[in-house]
Design a binder for this molecule. Structure first.
Ligand SMILES: Cc1cc2nc3c(=O)[nH]c(=O)nc-3n(C[C@H](O)[C@H](O)[C@H](O)COP(=O)(O)OP(=O)(O)OC[C@H]3O[C@@H](n4cnc5c(N)ncnc54)[C@H](O)[C@@H]3O)c2cc1C
Length: 385
Protein backbone atom coordinates (compact mmCIF):
# COMPACT_ATOMS: atom_id res chain seq x y z
CA UNK A 1 0.00 0.00 0.00
CA UNK A 2 1.40 3.42 -0.91
CA UNK A 3 1.18 6.25 1.54
CA UNK A 4 -1.40 8.85 0.46
CA UNK A 5 -0.06 12.36 -0.16
CA UNK A 6 -0.68 14.53 2.89
CA UNK A 7 -3.65 16.88 2.59
CA UNK A 8 -2.61 20.33 1.33
CA UNK A 9 -2.42 22.65 4.30
CA UNK A 10 -1.37 25.82 2.53
CA UNK A 11 -0.86 27.10 -0.97
CA UNK A 12 2.17 29.12 0.12
CA UNK A 13 4.23 28.42 3.25
CA UNK A 14 6.58 31.33 4.05
CA UNK A 15 9.48 30.41 6.34
CA UNK A 16 10.78 33.46 8.24
CA UNK A 17 8.70 36.37 9.52
CA UNK A 18 11.47 38.96 9.17
CA UNK A 19 10.71 42.06 7.12
CA UNK A 20 10.93 40.24 3.77
CA UNK A 21 8.77 37.20 4.62
CA UNK A 22 6.20 39.40 6.37
CA UNK A 23 6.05 41.82 3.42
CA UNK A 24 5.34 38.89 1.11
CA UNK A 25 2.60 37.59 3.43
CA UNK A 26 0.97 41.04 3.43
CA UNK A 27 1.25 41.45 -0.33
CA UNK A 28 -0.59 38.12 -0.75
CA UNK A 29 -3.09 38.69 2.06
CA UNK A 30 -6.04 39.94 -0.02
CA UNK A 31 -5.58 37.41 -2.84
CA UNK A 32 -7.01 33.91 -3.29
CA UNK A 33 -3.99 31.97 -1.97
CA UNK A 34 -3.96 30.34 1.47
CA UNK A 35 -0.77 31.68 3.03
CA UNK A 36 0.93 30.49 6.23
CA UNK A 37 3.88 32.37 7.73
CA UNK A 38 6.13 30.89 10.42
CA UNK A 39 9.15 31.94 12.45
CA UNK A 40 11.44 30.02 14.77
CA UNK A 41 11.52 32.96 17.20
CA UNK A 42 8.61 33.69 19.54
CA UNK A 43 6.26 36.42 18.23
CA UNK A 44 7.70 39.85 18.97
CA UNK A 45 11.33 38.71 19.36
CA UNK A 46 12.24 41.35 16.74
CA UNK A 47 11.68 44.03 19.43
CA UNK A 48 15.20 43.27 20.68
CA UNK A 49 16.93 43.77 17.31
CA UNK A 50 19.47 46.65 17.59
CA UNK A 51 19.71 47.55 13.85
CA UNK A 52 18.50 50.70 12.14
CA UNK A 53 17.98 50.50 8.38
CA UNK A 54 18.29 53.12 5.65
CA UNK A 55 15.21 52.78 3.47
CA UNK A 56 14.93 54.11 -0.06
CA UNK A 57 12.12 56.27 -1.38
CA UNK A 58 11.01 53.30 -3.51
CA UNK A 59 10.74 51.17 -0.35
CA UNK A 60 8.59 53.80 1.30
CA UNK A 61 6.22 53.76 -1.68
CA UNK A 62 5.85 49.95 -1.61
CA UNK A 63 5.29 49.89 2.16
CA UNK A 64 2.71 52.65 1.80
CA UNK A 65 0.82 50.53 -0.72
CA UNK A 66 0.66 47.76 1.91
CA UNK A 67 -0.48 50.21 4.58
CA UNK A 68 2.70 49.37 6.53
CA UNK A 69 4.74 52.58 6.29
CA UNK A 70 5.58 53.59 9.86
CA UNK A 71 5.62 57.35 9.20
CA UNK A 72 6.05 58.27 12.87
CA UNK A 73 9.22 56.16 13.13
CA UNK A 74 10.87 57.29 9.86
CA UNK A 75 13.64 59.90 10.00
CA UNK A 76 14.24 61.58 6.62
CA UNK A 77 17.82 61.83 5.32
CA UNK A 78 18.13 65.25 3.68
CA UNK A 79 21.83 65.10 2.91
CA UNK A 80 24.89 62.86 3.11
CA UNK A 81 28.47 63.89 3.68
CA UNK A 82 30.96 61.36 2.23
CA UNK A 83 34.67 61.48 3.08
CA UNK A 84 37.70 59.29 3.76
CA UNK A 85 39.88 59.29 6.82
CA UNK A 86 43.54 60.13 6.17
CA UNK A 87 42.97 61.20 2.56
CA UNK A 88 41.74 64.15 0.53
CA UNK A 89 38.40 64.43 -1.28
CA UNK A 90 34.88 64.65 0.02
CA UNK A 91 31.44 65.14 -1.42
CA UNK A 92 27.93 66.04 -0.33
CA UNK A 93 24.73 64.70 -1.79
CA UNK A 94 21.62 66.75 -1.05
CA UNK A 95 17.96 65.91 -1.48
CA UNK A 96 17.22 69.48 -2.66
CA UNK A 97 19.42 68.92 -5.68
CA UNK A 98 17.06 66.13 -6.77
CA UNK A 99 13.85 67.99 -6.03
CA UNK A 100 12.87 65.55 -3.27
CA UNK A 101 12.14 66.13 0.40
CA UNK A 102 14.47 63.24 1.36
CA UNK A 103 17.18 61.00 -0.11
CA UNK A 104 15.84 58.16 1.99
CA UNK A 105 14.70 57.38 5.52
CA UNK A 106 16.15 55.70 8.58
CA UNK A 107 13.98 53.35 10.59
CA UNK A 108 14.77 50.93 13.37
CA UNK A 109 14.32 47.27 12.38
CA UNK A 110 11.89 46.89 15.28
CA UNK A 111 9.72 49.81 14.11
CA UNK A 112 9.63 48.42 10.59
CA UNK A 113 8.54 45.00 11.92
CA UNK A 114 6.01 46.56 14.30
CA UNK A 115 4.19 48.23 11.37
CA UNK A 116 4.32 45.09 9.21
CA UNK A 117 3.12 42.78 11.99
CA UNK A 118 0.34 45.20 12.96
CA UNK A 119 -1.16 44.62 9.48
CA UNK A 120 -0.85 40.84 9.67
CA UNK A 121 -3.85 38.75 10.75
CA UNK A 122 -2.78 36.91 13.91
CA UNK A 123 -3.70 33.45 12.63
CA UNK A 124 -1.30 33.81 9.67
CA UNK A 125 1.77 33.57 11.93
CA UNK A 126 2.92 30.36 13.58
CA UNK A 127 5.66 31.09 16.15
CA UNK A 128 7.87 29.79 17.56
CA UNK A 129 7.98 27.22 14.77
CA UNK A 130 11.19 26.22 12.96
CA UNK A 131 11.59 24.61 9.56
CA UNK A 132 13.66 21.43 9.90
CA UNK A 133 13.42 19.73 6.49
CA UNK A 134 11.70 19.90 3.09
CA UNK A 135 10.69 16.95 0.91
CA UNK A 136 9.78 18.08 -2.59
CA UNK A 137 7.29 16.09 -4.71
CA UNK A 138 5.84 16.87 -8.16
CA UNK A 139 2.57 18.47 -6.96
CA UNK A 140 3.58 19.87 -3.55
CA UNK A 141 6.44 20.06 -1.04
CA UNK A 142 6.20 18.81 2.52
CA UNK A 143 7.81 20.79 5.32
CA UNK A 144 8.79 19.18 8.62
CA UNK A 145 8.43 21.74 11.40
CA UNK A 146 9.31 21.91 15.07
CA UNK A 147 6.32 23.72 16.57
CA UNK A 148 6.95 24.36 20.27
CA UNK A 149 8.73 21.01 20.66
CA UNK A 150 6.24 18.98 18.54
CA UNK A 151 6.97 17.73 15.04
CA UNK A 152 4.40 18.85 12.45
CA UNK A 153 4.26 18.23 8.73
CA UNK A 154 2.73 20.76 6.40
CA UNK A 155 2.23 20.27 2.68
CA UNK A 156 2.22 23.33 0.45
CA UNK A 157 2.25 24.01 -3.27
CA UNK A 158 5.16 26.38 -2.68
CA UNK A 159 7.63 26.85 0.15
CA UNK A 160 9.16 30.33 0.29
CA UNK A 161 12.48 30.58 2.10
CA UNK A 162 12.88 33.94 3.86
CA UNK A 163 15.05 32.72 6.76
CA UNK A 164 17.65 35.47 6.52
CA UNK A 165 21.43 35.05 6.20
CA UNK A 166 22.21 31.40 5.34
CA UNK A 167 24.97 29.14 6.71
CA UNK A 168 27.73 28.14 4.26
CA UNK A 169 26.45 25.51 1.83
CA UNK A 170 27.03 24.09 -1.64
CA UNK A 171 24.61 26.42 -3.48
CA UNK A 172 26.20 29.63 -2.22
CA UNK A 173 29.03 31.90 -3.32
CA UNK A 174 30.54 33.40 -0.16
CA UNK A 175 33.08 36.19 0.34
CA UNK A 176 34.04 36.76 3.96
CA UNK A 177 34.91 40.45 4.35
CA UNK A 178 36.88 39.88 7.56
CA UNK A 179 34.84 42.70 9.07
CA UNK A 180 32.18 43.02 11.76
CA UNK A 181 29.62 45.82 11.96
CA UNK A 182 29.43 47.37 15.42
CA UNK A 183 26.01 49.02 15.80
CA UNK A 184 24.88 51.47 18.44
CA UNK A 185 22.81 54.63 18.85
CA UNK A 186 24.65 57.80 19.86
CA UNK A 187 23.58 61.33 20.74
CA UNK A 188 25.26 64.28 18.98
CA UNK A 189 26.23 67.48 20.78
CA UNK A 190 24.51 69.52 18.05
CA UNK A 191 21.22 68.69 16.26
CA UNK A 192 22.00 66.45 13.28
CA UNK A 193 19.85 68.43 10.87
CA UNK A 194 18.85 65.18 9.12
CA UNK A 195 22.35 64.76 7.66
CA UNK A 196 24.04 61.36 7.41
CA UNK A 197 27.80 60.80 7.41
CA UNK A 198 29.62 58.11 5.48
CA UNK A 199 33.29 58.03 6.44
CA UNK A 200 35.65 55.55 4.78
CA UNK A 201 38.37 54.43 7.17
CA UNK A 202 41.23 51.98 6.48
CA UNK A 203 39.39 49.39 8.65
CA UNK A 204 36.08 49.74 6.83
CA UNK A 205 33.23 52.21 6.32
CA UNK A 206 31.67 54.09 9.23
CA UNK A 207 28.15 55.49 8.88
CA UNK A 208 26.17 57.83 11.11
CA UNK A 209 22.48 57.77 10.15
CA UNK A 210 20.02 60.22 11.72
CA UNK A 211 17.33 58.37 13.69
CA UNK A 212 14.98 60.44 15.83
CA UNK A 213 17.25 62.99 17.55
CA UNK A 214 20.19 60.55 17.60
CA UNK A 215 22.44 58.81 15.12
CA UNK A 216 22.50 55.08 14.39
CA UNK A 217 26.16 54.07 14.07
CA UNK A 218 27.35 51.30 11.75
CA UNK A 219 31.09 50.98 12.31
CA UNK A 220 32.77 48.25 10.26
CA UNK A 221 36.10 47.02 11.58
CA UNK A 222 38.12 43.75 11.71
CA UNK A 223 36.74 41.21 14.24
CA UNK A 224 39.42 41.84 16.89
CA UNK A 225 38.78 45.60 16.80
CA UNK A 226 35.02 44.95 16.99
CA UNK A 227 35.58 42.90 20.16
CA UNK A 228 37.70 45.74 21.57
CA UNK A 229 35.02 48.35 20.72
CA UNK A 230 32.35 46.23 22.43
CA UNK A 231 34.52 45.93 25.54
CA UNK A 232 35.08 49.70 25.95
CA UNK A 233 33.05 51.73 28.41
CA UNK A 234 30.79 54.42 26.91
CA UNK A 235 33.37 57.19 27.29
CA UNK A 236 36.04 55.10 25.56
CA UNK A 237 33.68 54.13 22.75
CA UNK A 238 32.64 57.76 22.17
CA UNK A 239 36.29 58.83 22.14
CA UNK A 240 37.06 56.14 19.52
CA UNK A 241 34.16 57.33 17.35
CA UNK A 242 34.93 61.03 17.71
CA UNK A 243 38.55 60.36 16.75
CA UNK A 244 37.33 58.96 13.41
CA UNK A 245 35.62 62.25 12.57
CA UNK A 246 38.40 64.60 13.61
CA UNK A 247 35.94 66.86 15.43
CA UNK A 248 33.44 67.19 12.56
CA UNK A 249 30.62 65.34 14.34
CA UNK A 250 30.81 65.49 18.15
CA UNK A 251 29.05 62.62 19.90
CA UNK A 252 28.28 62.83 23.60
CA UNK A 253 26.25 59.77 24.72
CA UNK A 254 26.06 56.13 23.60
CA UNK A 255 23.45 53.37 23.96
CA UNK A 256 24.02 49.59 24.06
CA UNK A 257 26.31 48.07 21.40
CA UNK A 258 26.03 44.88 19.33
CA UNK A 259 27.97 43.44 16.41
CA UNK A 260 27.25 41.46 13.23
CA UNK A 261 29.80 39.47 11.15
CA UNK A 262 29.82 40.63 7.51
CA UNK A 263 30.06 38.60 4.32
CA UNK A 264 28.67 38.54 0.82
CA UNK A 265 26.47 35.46 0.27
CA UNK A 266 24.90 34.89 -3.12
CA UNK A 267 22.62 31.93 -3.77
CA UNK A 268 23.20 30.61 -7.26
CA UNK A 269 19.71 29.14 -7.85
CA UNK A 270 16.67 31.08 -6.63
CA UNK A 271 13.93 28.58 -7.47
CA UNK A 272 13.69 24.80 -7.71
CA UNK A 273 11.41 21.91 -6.72
CA UNK A 274 8.50 23.98 -5.41
CA UNK A 275 10.79 26.21 -3.36
CA UNK A 276 11.94 29.79 -3.85
CA UNK A 277 14.52 31.86 -1.93
CA UNK A 278 14.32 35.63 -1.35
CA UNK A 279 15.64 38.42 0.85
CA UNK A 280 18.82 37.79 2.80
CA UNK A 281 18.68 34.05 2.24
CA UNK A 282 18.96 34.73 -1.52
CA UNK A 283 21.62 37.42 -1.13
CA UNK A 284 23.28 38.85 1.95
CA UNK A 285 25.18 42.06 1.24
CA UNK A 286 27.55 44.27 3.22
CA UNK A 287 25.49 47.05 4.87
CA UNK A 288 27.75 49.83 3.49
CA UNK A 289 25.27 51.19 0.96
CA UNK A 290 22.09 50.19 2.81
CA UNK A 291 20.79 47.93 0.03
CA UNK A 292 19.86 44.64 1.77
CA UNK A 293 16.28 45.09 2.87
CA UNK A 294 15.47 47.46 0.01
CA UNK A 295 16.49 44.69 -2.38
CA UNK A 296 14.67 41.98 -0.39
CA UNK A 297 11.49 44.05 -0.45
CA UNK A 298 11.65 44.20 -4.25
CA UNK A 299 12.12 40.39 -4.26
CA UNK A 300 8.94 40.04 -2.17
CA UNK A 301 6.97 42.46 -4.32
CA UNK A 302 7.87 40.78 -7.60
CA UNK A 303 7.31 37.29 -6.20
CA UNK A 304 3.85 38.33 -4.96
CA UNK A 305 2.98 39.53 -8.47
CA UNK A 306 4.15 36.20 -9.96
CA UNK A 307 2.16 34.13 -7.45
CA UNK A 308 -1.00 36.20 -7.82
CA UNK A 309 -0.76 35.72 -11.60
CA UNK A 310 -0.68 31.92 -11.06
CA UNK A 311 -3.28 31.28 -8.37
CA UNK A 312 -4.10 27.75 -9.58
CA UNK A 313 -0.63 26.49 -8.80
CA UNK A 314 1.78 29.03 -7.30
CA UNK A 315 4.58 26.41 -7.21
CA UNK A 316 4.71 25.83 -10.98
CA UNK A 317 8.28 25.74 -12.24
CA UNK A 318 7.83 27.97 -15.33
CA UNK A 319 6.62 31.18 -13.63
CA UNK A 320 9.08 30.71 -10.75
CA UNK A 321 11.97 30.36 -13.20
CA UNK A 322 10.78 33.55 -14.93
CA UNK A 323 10.65 35.32 -11.55
CA UNK A 324 14.22 34.15 -10.79
CA UNK A 325 15.48 35.36 -14.20
CA UNK A 326 13.74 38.69 -13.70
CA UNK A 327 15.55 39.31 -10.39
CA UNK A 328 19.09 38.84 -11.71
CA UNK A 329 19.87 42.40 -12.88
CA UNK A 330 18.66 43.94 -9.63
CA UNK A 331 20.45 41.51 -7.31
CA UNK A 332 23.72 41.41 -9.26
CA UNK A 333 23.68 45.19 -9.72
CA UNK A 334 23.19 45.70 -5.99
CA UNK A 335 25.78 43.07 -5.05
CA UNK A 336 28.45 44.39 -7.44
CA UNK A 337 27.88 48.01 -6.44
CA UNK A 338 28.10 47.17 -2.72
CA UNK A 339 31.05 44.80 -3.07
CA UNK A 340 32.90 47.34 -5.24
CA UNK A 341 32.48 50.08 -2.63
CA UNK A 342 33.69 47.82 0.21
CA UNK A 343 36.76 46.64 -1.69
CA UNK A 344 37.76 50.05 -3.03
CA UNK A 345 37.44 51.79 0.32
CA UNK A 346 38.41 49.25 3.03
CA UNK A 347 42.19 49.50 2.80
CA UNK A 348 45.05 51.90 3.35
CA UNK A 349 47.13 51.48 0.19
CA UNK A 350 48.47 54.95 -0.76
CA UNK A 351 47.70 54.68 -4.54
CA UNK A 352 44.14 53.60 -3.76
CA UNK A 353 43.76 56.33 -1.16
CA UNK A 354 44.72 58.89 -3.84
CA UNK A 355 42.35 57.28 -6.37
CA UNK A 356 39.53 57.35 -3.83
CA UNK A 357 40.22 61.02 -3.19
CA UNK A 358 40.08 61.70 -6.92
CA UNK A 359 36.84 59.69 -7.11
CA UNK A 360 35.27 61.75 -4.33
CA UNK A 361 36.44 64.99 -5.97
CA UNK A 362 35.04 63.81 -9.32
CA UNK A 363 31.76 62.97 -7.62
CA UNK A 364 31.71 66.40 -6.07
CA UNK A 365 32.45 68.13 -9.38
CA UNK A 366 30.21 66.02 -11.64
CA UNK A 367 26.47 66.36 -11.06
CA UNK A 368 25.59 63.36 -13.35
CA UNK A 369 27.81 61.04 -11.27
CA UNK A 370 26.32 62.38 -8.06
CA UNK A 371 22.87 61.92 -9.53
CA UNK A 372 23.66 58.26 -10.25
CA UNK A 373 24.69 57.61 -6.63
CA UNK A 374 21.69 59.56 -5.34
CA UNK A 375 19.32 57.62 -7.62
CA UNK A 376 20.66 54.32 -6.27
CA UNK A 377 19.77 55.50 -2.81
CA UNK A 378 16.40 56.92 -3.75
CA UNK A 379 15.14 54.27 -6.13
CA UNK A 380 17.42 51.22 -5.78
CA UNK A 381 17.29 49.13 -8.98
CA UNK A 382 15.70 51.84 -11.07
CA UNK A 383 18.96 53.78 -10.80
CA UNK A 384 20.36 51.59 -13.59
CA UNK A 385 17.70 52.67 -16.08
C1 LIG B 1 24.43 46.07 10.72
C2 LIG B 1 23.45 45.96 9.58
C3 LIG B 1 22.96 47.11 9.00
C4 LIG B 1 22.06 47.03 7.93
N1 LIG B 1 21.62 48.18 7.35
C5 LIG B 1 20.76 48.11 6.31
C6 LIG B 1 20.26 49.29 5.71
O1 LIG B 1 20.66 50.40 6.08
N2 LIG B 1 19.36 49.18 4.70
C7 LIG B 1 18.92 47.96 4.25
O2 LIG B 1 18.10 47.92 3.32
N3 LIG B 1 19.38 46.82 4.79
C8 LIG B 1 20.28 46.86 5.81
N4 LIG B 1 20.72 45.72 6.38
C9 LIG B 1 20.25 44.43 5.86
C10 LIG B 1 18.88 44.05 6.41
O3 LIG B 1 18.94 43.97 7.82
C11 LIG B 1 18.46 42.70 5.83
O4 LIG B 1 18.57 42.75 4.42
C12 LIG B 1 17.03 42.33 6.21
O5 LIG B 1 16.90 42.23 7.61
C13 LIG B 1 16.70 40.98 5.57
O6 LIG B 1 15.40 40.61 5.92
P1 LIG B 1 14.97 39.09 5.85
O7 LIG B 1 13.52 39.07 6.22
O8 LIG B 1 15.42 38.47 4.56
O9 LIG B 1 15.86 38.34 6.96
P2 LIG B 1 15.91 38.54 8.54
O10 LIG B 1 15.69 39.95 8.90
O11 LIG B 1 17.19 37.90 8.99
O12 LIG B 1 14.70 37.65 9.09
C14 LIG B 1 14.73 36.24 8.93
C15 LIG B 1 13.69 35.61 9.86
O13 LIG B 1 13.66 34.18 9.59
C16 LIG B 1 13.58 33.47 10.83
N5 LIG B 1 14.15 32.11 10.64
C17 LIG B 1 15.44 31.79 10.39
N6 LIG B 1 15.56 30.44 10.23
C18 LIG B 1 14.33 29.92 10.40
C19 LIG B 1 13.82 28.58 10.37
N7 LIG B 1 14.61 27.51 10.13
N8 LIG B 1 12.50 28.39 10.58
C20 LIG B 1 11.68 29.45 10.83
N9 LIG B 1 12.12 30.75 10.86
C21 LIG B 1 13.42 30.98 10.65
C22 LIG B 1 14.40 34.34 11.80
O14 LIG B 1 14.01 34.10 13.14
C23 LIG B 1 14.02 35.77 11.33
O15 LIG B 1 12.90 36.27 12.01
C24 LIG B 1 21.64 45.76 7.45
C25 LIG B 1 22.13 44.60 8.05
C26 LIG B 1 23.04 44.70 9.10
C27 LIG B 1 23.56 43.42 9.73
Amino acid sequence: MTEAAPALDADVLIVGAGPVGTTLALALADGPLRVQLLDRQPAGAWRRDPRALALSHGTRQLLERLGAWNAAAATPIRGIHVSQRGGFGRTRIDADEHGLPALGYVMRYRDLLAALHARLAEERLLAPCALKAVEPAPAHATATLDHQGETRRVAARLIVHAEGTPQDGPGLTVRDYGQHAVVCEVTPAEPHDNRAWERFTPDGPLALLPVGGDYAVVFTVPPDKAAALLALDDAGFLAALNAQFGGRARLVAAGPRASFPLSLRLRRQLARERQVWLGNTAQTLHPVSGQGFNLGLRDAWELAETLLDNPDDPGRAGPLAAYARGRQTDRWGSALFTDGVVRAFSNDLPPLRALRGLGLLALDAAPPLRRFVARRMIWGARAWL
